[in-house]
Design a protein around this ligand. Sequence first.
Ligand code: NI
Length: 207
Amino acid sequence: MAVRPIVRAGESVLAKVAAAVPDPTAEDVARLVADMIDTFESVGAAGLAAPQLGVSLRVVTYLVPRHRVTGRPGDDPIGVTVLVNPEIEPVGDGRYVDWDGCLSLPGMRGRTSRWERIRIVASDLDGNRTERVVSGAHARIVQHECDHLDGVLYIAHLTEPGSLGYIDELVRSGRMPPWPSVNVKEYLRGQSALLARLRRAGIDMGV
Ligand code: NI
């Protein structure tokens, strides 16, 4: 499919509540997801929400990279995952602080407070609605992406404004460890249900 331009903060599509997807099994949803994966793969990121491609629909794609997991139970590396019409809620009241970044605020990072553990209910591209409970980096990434569906950027969750900075300056000053880019193809291999669904829509992700 195609790498598409990523909408940057300031565009109105990133500030509004996205619409529910009427039919998660529709071919145009599969094509949108393929473009989202191609796009975040092109920049080695861990996820993208549909509004970041200028599409105001409740669709999120993400993975959990090995180097981001926290070691909490329920926080494991995860291959490329699609959430259509996701609903999330905290499980317990634990929160934790870590670095956050967004392709719509390129080159920057900041420290945010997020729920430590959440329940996710979402549909996949076959229309199956499933529930899972995740924690740590997995919970953090999903909260970040789902925020985009409600017009919220991570800067709304900064623990202190002074933590926001440019990646190179944060790393150079020793405030943030280096932030490796992700080989998304590696996290796409093995996602056989997703790859088969995309293939049925005539899309070959090249893995
Ligand atoms: Ni983002």
